[in-house]
Design a protein around this ligand. Structure first.
Ligand code: NAP
Length: 314
């Protein structure tokens, strides 16, 4: 059942293209319009049927839309909002899918005209792939989609957007933006920074040991390289805009690392064993919450699995 008449996707990468596939599969809107920076992406979006119509400007793409989705890197949200603002329909909803919420609100909200609802959002789903061809309809299935409304958010507009996210397979929760940014700093942003760092260390080492790091790369390192292959623009923007929360968590991480370093130096096996027992329990909790499977992952594509990359929270 169509929940919106015309949805405008601004930015046509992994998230927007997955939304397009999911909305088409579920018949959730009547028409999808779109805009991306490059002519190549716009042409691809038409070619593979993501959009019914694409436009050279975001301003043209949002005309007549009752839902506008900002799916560009976090650092580009403010400029896009400024451009589309005069062209938004009264009564329309604008949402975004940015990985950081407070910075997007600060950049976008001032441009939203009276009579238009801005409801920030963040689907906790992604892969290390990007671009219009990387999307797939089931990306959001059984993943969280966090919305960060305020006290003044229109309840009917919120319920309608929630309905769309749920119809795409997501579980929806609401929270305030600073809390979102802190939670994501723990669950996504800092882990990504650690993966980038570890792969950087190995890259440095590779120059010493020739190709051994690559040839004999074990599961732990391979998982890091997958995460560290994520889009550089997106992640640059995440760290520039979720600065305080990331630095807070990074400080705590460093303290824990020093404690483990000390345990190794002192040969304190009890400390290490007790620590790893606690972390193992957290993994079990994630599996019990249905957010991953207990299937062993040796970095090979399991039979029947997709080749689109392993879905995970971002
Ligand atoms: P992506 O695959 O890299 O696609 C980004 C899209 O935005 C491309 O179509 C790009 O156009 C377009 N774009 C970039 N700058 C633009 C600008 N200034 N004006 C207009 N279009 C512009 O990105 P994505 O992974 O879908 O991420 C989009 C948003 O979702 C980001 O805010 C990210 O934080 C958030 N998010 C990502 C993930 C994830 O795992 N990837 C998960 C949750 C949320 P061109 O192709 O023409 O360059």
């Amino acid at each position: 059942m169509a929940l919106y008449d015309r949805v405008a996707l601004i930015g046509l990468g992994l998230i927007a293209s997955s939304m397009a596939h999911a909305m088409r599969q579920g018949g959730l809107c009547r028409e999808i319009t779109g805009h991306a920076r490059s002519a190549e992406t716009r042409a691809t979006a038409l070619e593979i049927g993501l959009c019914d119509r694409v436009f050279e400007t975001a301003a043209e793409a949002v005309k007549g839309a009752d839902l506008v989705v900002l799916a560009v890197p976090v650092g580009a949200m403010g400029a896009v909002a400024a451009e589309i603002a005069p062209h938004l329909e009264r009564g329309a909803t604008v949402t975004d899918v940015g990985s950081v919420k407070q910075a997007v609100i600060d950049a976008v909200q001032p441009h939203i005209p009276a009579g238009v609802h801005f409801i920030p959002g963040h689907p906790l789903a992604g892969t290390e792939h990007s671009g219009p061809r990387s999307g797939f309809a089931t990306l959001f299935k059984n993943r969280w989609w966090l919305l960060t409304p305020t006290d003044t958010t229109d309840p009917a507009a919120l319920a309608r957007l929630r309905g769309l996210c749920e119809a795409m397979g997501a579980n929806v929760d609401t929270m305030d933006a600073p809390h979102h940014d802190l939670v994501l700093a723990v669950t996504s942003h800092t882990p990504h920074l650690i993966a980038y760092t570890m792969v950087g260390v190995a890259d440095h080492l590779r120059r010493v040991t020739q190709s051994e790091v690559i040839r004999y790369s074990a599961a732990g390192f391979r998982d890091f390289t997958r995460i560290a292959a994520s889009d550089p623009t997106m992640w640059r923007d995440v760290f520039l805009t979720n600065k305080e929360a990331t630095l807070d968590i990074l400080g705590r991480f460093t303290e824990e690392l020093f404690a483990l370093q000390r345990a190794i130096r002192l040969g304190d096996g009890d400390h290490l064993h007790e620590y790893f027992t606690r972390t193992r329990a957290i993994r079990r909790g994630i599996i019990e919450a249905g957010q991953d499977t207990s299937a062993p992952d040796f970095g090979r594509v399991a039979e029947g699995a997709t080749t689109t990359g392993k879905v995970r929270e971002r």
